[in-house]
Design a protein around this ligand. Structure first.
Ligand code: NAP
Length: 287
């Protein structure tokens, strides 16, 4: 039996068990996916779970907040993406070594490509709102397809630190700059910005009436908006976009894609993304 799981805290809202159990069933594999909630006061808990992967009791694990950085020092090798982004969300064993990988970046880009069919020809510049862990993965991935990225952060210094540390790891030339996330700075963003990505939790259930984008600022005319938040399915930011005739997507596709990529690393079998998506879509909104 293939045993997988998710380590983090808190985990009560995680959709990962549904996603992976559906993937096992669709692939005809005997496997299960459990939650391993570990409070930060439990100093041995994380190491014990990693030992489970080393010994083969667990085939692999996902890692989420607050351990995405902590596990870097506990694995034997990092994939290029995990090393560049500075965060691990997937761990597996190869030839006796624990490998830390990151499927968020590839998962985001795969879903963005499926949402924006003319991505390769239209993408001149992007704004990434937020400067946390998800922003790092998104920027690293986006740099493959856009010429410039503006990081809009509520903490300018944090945004600048993120831009300068990531700029040395990009696989392709892409200009990174940082602005303060406020109406005054956004008012002067260039019209050729054609992607806006929200990587903050603003607008996530139960904060339904909040948007990271100020109501007083118009979106660039031909932009596409991608909100990493997927609960609710239609965020306030997406509603603002619709009112201005702008297309948008939520982050459920990224959620499925990053899980599917991890499933494939662990099992070597193709993941049935459509089945995984319908498994979580059946769950009521505001889960
Ligand atoms: P994180 O590391 O805590 O970063 C959150 C970022 O948002 C930080 O830069 C934070 O600013 C900023 N922020 C928080 N509240 C804000 C507010 N009220 N106004 C402006 N900025 C604010 O979290 P994360 O891991 O990056 O996750 C961020 C969101 O992405 C979460 O909602 C998560 O569920 C979602 N996510 C979705 C997927 C997916 O597959 N769809 C994958 C990963 C993450 P400071 O730095 O100043 O604190």
């Amino acid at each position: 039996m293939i045993k997988l799981g998710l380590v983090g805290w808190p985990l009560s809202h995680s959709k990962s068990p549904q996603l992976h159990r559906a993937a096992f069933k669709a692939a005809g594999l005997d496997g299960d996916y459990d939650l391993f909630p570990i409070e930060s006061s439990n100093s041995n808990g994380l190491v014990d779970i990693l030992d489970g992967v080393r010994s083969g009791m667990l085939t692999g694990i996902n890692v989420t907040i607050p351990y995405k950085q902590t596990v870097i020092g506990l694995v034997d090798e990092l994939s290029i993406s995990a090393q560049s982004i500075g965060a691990v969300n997937t761990i597996y064993q190869r030839h006796g070594k624990l490998i830390g990988d990151n499927t968020d970046a590839q998962g985001f880009l795969a879903d963005l490509r499926s949402q924006v069919s003319d991505l390769s020809t239209r993408s001149n510049g992007a704004i990434v709102i937020g400067a946390g862990g998800a922003a790092r993965a998104v920027i690293w991935a986006l740099a493959e397809v856009v010429e410039s990225i503006i990081v809009a952060a509520r903490n300018l210094e944090k945004g600048q630190r993120l831009s300068s540390s990531l700029s040395t790891t990009l696989t392709r030339r892409c200009r990174l700059s940082t602005i303060l996330m406020e109406a005054k700075s956004l008012d002067s963003i260039p019209e050729q910005v054609d992607l806006i990505i929200n990587t903050t939790p603003v607008g996530m259930y139960p904060d339904l009436q909040s948007s990271p984008w100020p109501a007083s600022v118009a979106f660039p005319k031909s932009c596409f908006i991608y909100d990493l938040v997927y609960n609710p399915a239609k965020t306030k930011l997406m509603e603002q976009a619709k009112k201005q005739g702008i297309n948008s997507a939520n982050g459920v596709g990224m959620l499925v894609e990053q899980a599917a990529l991890a499933f494939e690393l662990w099992t070597g079998q193709p993941a049935h993304r459509d089945v995984m998506l319908s498994a979580i879509s059946q769950t009521a909104e505001h889960f």
